[in-house]
Design a protein around this ligand. Structure first.
Ligand SMILES: Cc1ncc(COP(=O)(O)O)c(C=O)c1O
Length: 450
């Protein structure tokens, strides 16, 4: 087996830099542990050394191929030649910052607002989801002159001070609930599978959240904003209860606050049925935060809002991000949008996602460990429970299943605060054949053990 055949095929001068390792993965891992902050964890107990990717596949340095069911950021898939070419060309021509006047930053801003409801016409470009959420909060503070923010429990919104403050996922930070600043208020997790209101009772979450906002108003602390992922990512790729955002947005607006949609994970066509998560809830936010898919892995994020909200930021001075909206980043953003359209990737998410979901539901009939299949498009979650009645999370089993799937050539990880949900978020170019490979591997593990 030859991990990189270019050495055999190309004459020496044309060879790309070889990725054939000069030391075992374990030695590289020890070097990582010594030099890289360990709070930046790595997947898997003994991770393969991945140096190449192609479409929805990754290849390790031993030449082993893996099905990538995990890379939600890389919507186009790995190593897309058109993106490579566009980035290469732009780096050769120019990269600078958005205080200069060039076309790509204008075109990307126009393209983003054209994808959103009328009125969401003003764009800020940043470098990550954390920055986008942070800026969205700052805009709400500036526009309302208020400080309090309402967030949903068990959510993750980023690592900056403000993004972390509104993140209440204990999987990301075990002290999340105990360390909230006083300006952060939470509403109960609208988890229709295992929260206090289940199944048909899930319609109670909306009025409950609206009551929290009304209480804040009564206590003289009306919120600047309500912030929420319009499709519940951290809980395992779960739809919010029908009508949830309509009710909570109405309560927020009645109180004079703004509605922020964190589309960092769920936006950009992953849901298949809708380009934006908020469309699935039939609402229109005041501020939208985007990142991840927007750059296909290139650091790129955006906040899109109404002109008057953006203008309110003047009271804070000016806004500048050195690399946000640079020519290279803008070209990446434009190329990603072109390719999503040209390759029909949202449609692919819908059709392949529906096939995958159907097969996973069939698997649920066969294996009692599967408590539920959540999600839409290529944003799916398989929740493992030890008991269908108590819904006791099968946390250790989920970790072991992911390790075994890796041995079988499928990359998968657990998610949710209980780490008992398979986080199924592959590149949107996933094929039906590869979806079947994944389900067959999962079936194999659930049948023969992990
Ligand atoms: C919903 C959501 N918001 C914000 C973020 C932060 O994005 P980034 O990692 O690009 O800073 C994430 C990252 O996982 C996310 O899932």
């Amino acid at each position: 087996m030859c991990p990189d055949p270019t050495g055999l095929i190309l004459p020496r001068a044309d060879r790309p830099v070889a990725d054939t390792p000069t030391e075992p993965e374990s030695v590289l891992l020890e070097r990582r542990v010594r030099s890289f902050a360990t709070v930046q964890e790595h997947y898997f107990e003994t991770p393969p050394q991945i140096e190449r990717g192609w479409q929805h596949h990754l290849v390790d340095t031993r030449g082993r191929g893996y099905l990538d069911m995990l890379n939600n950021v890389t919507v186009l898939g790995h190593g897309h030649p058109r993106l490579v070419e566009a980035v290469h060309r732009q780096w050769q021509r120019l990269n600078t910052n958005s205080r200069f006047h060039y076309a790509s930053v204008v075109e990307l801003s126009e393209r983003l607002s054209a994808l959103l409801p009328d009125g969401l016409d003003t764009v800020f470009l940043v470098n990550s989801g954390s920055e986008a959420v942070d800026l969205a909060l700052r805009l709400a503070w500036a526009a309302t002159g208020r400080r309090d923010v309402v967030a949903v429990e068990e959510a993750y919104h980023g690592w900056t001070y403000a993004g972390d403050a509104i993140s209440t996922s204990t999987a990301d930070n075990p002290n999340a609930l105990a360390t909230r600043p006083a300006w952060v208020h939470t509403v109960p997790t609208p988890n229709s599978y295992r929260g206090p209101h289940r199944g048909p009772e899930a319609h109670l979450y909306g009025p409950e959240a609206a009551a929290v906002i009304a209480d804040l108003v009564r206590s003289g602390r009306p919120p600047a904003a309500f912030v929420c992922e319009p499709y519940y990512g951290n809980a395992g790729g779960m739809a919010l209860p029908d009508g949830y955002l309509e009710q909570v947005y109405a309560a927020t607006r009645e109180s004079g606050g703004l509605c922020i949609a964190d589309e960092v994970q769920v936006g950009y066509g992953r849901l298949g049925s809708h380009f934006w998560g908020f469309e699935q809830q039939a609402v229109e936010p005041d501020i939208v935060a985007v990142a991840k898919a927007m750059g296909n892995g290139h650091p790129l994020g955006a906040v899109i809002t109404r002109r008057e909200i953006a203008d309110a930021y003047r009271s804070q001075g000016y806004f500048f991000s050195s690399a946000g909206g640079s020519p290279v980043s803008s070209v990446v953003g434009l190329t990603v949008l072109d390719l999503l359209r040209d390759e029909g990737l949202q449609d692919n998410a819908r059709t392949v996602g529906a096939h995958l979901r159907t097969r996973l539901l069939r698997l649920a009939d066969k294996h009692p460990l599967i408590g539920a299949v959540h999600g839409s498009g290529l944003y799916l979650g398989v929740e493992f429970v030890r008991d269908h009645e108590t819904r006791e999370p099968a946390t250790e089993e989920t970790a072991a299943i992911c390790e075994r799937l890796r041995e079988l050539g499928v990359l998968m990880q657990p998610t949710s605060d209980r780490m008992c949900v398979l986080k199924i978020k592959p590149p949107l170019c996933l094929t039906t054949t590869s979806a079947d490979v994944f389900v067959d591997a999962l079936d194999d593990v659930l049948t023969h053990g992990w």
